[in-house]
Write a protein that binds this ligand. Structure first.
Ligand SMILES: *Cc1c(COP(=O)(O)O)cnc(C)c1O
Length: 348
């Protein structure tokens, strides 16, 4: 395979396009007394009558400090789902290119590949839910633009072996996307610490899970400034609204509270795992580094319905490969976990 060349990976129409320059790209409110008559906004001040900063400078500066990375290596999106879609649209030619994903995994990779008319080549994880590197490299060809790793993986919860990801990074000349939506619950370091080593690495994170802000929709993408520059060209100018920028900024300043919440979830999770093993119809609890547990039961459809009728909503993941008869439990408060276990023992 050829060596990595970013310009060869970008869709030609996007490589040559001029990005839309918005009014707020040229001038931002920054305390200076200016009269803004450039963006057809309402002049009546209400806190959100002006368009938001298209480059989210304040928020990126804070994230850059916290993650010890340059702001030019960050792109923010309306959830990480928007970021994943931008990656597809920047690099994959519809009807021609393909991507590789590794089921059982997050369903959006397949939804986005279908939406963008990109073939999704699926290489099922092994029985320990780890990737089969040779299998992945075997199905990759010159039209394979992206390989998706989800670590910790959803719905299984396990971290993907870093040695295997590294092997793929070293032998694949397209882009490797590592979805770290659950990394804050894991003991291992984020792949963002290794961006300098791998020009073909993209890492996505989100404020929707460990940071407790699913409702504001904020996803974060980390990559080389060259990759970020390409994604910036095609992102909608005001993709992160002002309320989201303000809320995220305020929230991220309370890092001690966030970390305490994560520690509490991890300890609830570890308790939950222990007691789940006492439930007679539970046959397997998959080791997890996330805020959920995948549990194999005797009859997932039956148990799902029984939980529902007791007022507990979980996710049935049985239709995914290697996930026959599995339910995924999100770790709630310790009271919610207790209630889950009480009901599980009751419906025994
Ligand atoms: C929840 C989840 C996301 C979605 O993140 P948003 O930022 O809320 O869009 C992305 N990837 C995985 C694996 C997830 O489980």
């Amino acid at each position: 395979m050829d060596s990595f060349d970013l310009n060869n990976l970008v869709r030609p129409n996007i490589l040559t396009m001029q990005p839309y320059s918005s009014a707020r790209d040229e001038f931002m409110e920054d305390g200076q007394e200016m009269i803004f008559l450039d963006a057809n906004e309402s002049p009546y001040e209400n806190g959100v009558n002006r368009y938001p900063d298209p480059q989210q400078r304040d928020l990126k500066a804070l994230i850059a400090t916290q993650k010890d990375i340059d702001p030019s290596q960050i792109l923010l999106g309306n959830g990480s789902d928007e970021i994943l879609d931008l990656i597809f649209r920047a690099f994959c030619n519809p009807g021609k290119d393909n991507v590789i994903s590794l089921p059982p995994t997050y369903g959006m990779y397949n939804v986005l590949s279908t939406t963008n008319d990109i073939e999704n080549r699926e290489v099922v994880l092994d029985t320990f839910f780890q990737p089969i590197v040779q299998g992945i490299l075997n199905v990759a060809d010159e039209h394979t633009k992206l390989i998706f790793f989800c670590s910790p993986n959803n719905p299984t919860g396990n971290l993907i072996d870093p040695k295997r990801i590294e092997e793929v990074l070293n032998h694949f000349s397209g882009l490797v996307v590592i979805d770290e939506a659950y990394i804050d619950f894991a003991q291992s370091a984020s792949w963002i610490t290794r961006l300098a080593e791998f020009p073909n690495l993209i890492v996505t994170q989100t404020l929707s899970k460990a940071y407790g802000l699913a409702g504001i929709r904020l996803g974060v993408c980390f990559a080389s400034w060259e990759i970020i520059g390409i994604l910036n060209k095609i992102k909608p100018p005001y993709n992160v609204n002002k309320l989201t920028q303000i809320k995220a900024h305020d929230h991220l300043k309370k890092m001690e509270t966030i970390k305490k919440g994560i520690r509490d979830i991890i300890s609830s999770r570890d308790n939950l795992i222990k007691v789940l093993l006492e439930v007679t119809f539970v046959t397997e609890v998959v080791p997890t580094d996330a805020n959920f547990v995948l549990v194999r039961v005797d009859n997932a459809y039956k148990r799902y319905q029984e939980l529902l009728s007791e007022g507990i909503v979980v996710r049935n993941r049985s239709s995914q490969p290697r996930c026959e008869n599995t339910l995924r439990f999100t770790v709630g408060t310790s009271a919610e976990c207790k209630e889950l276990v009480r009901i599980l023992k009751k419906i025994n």
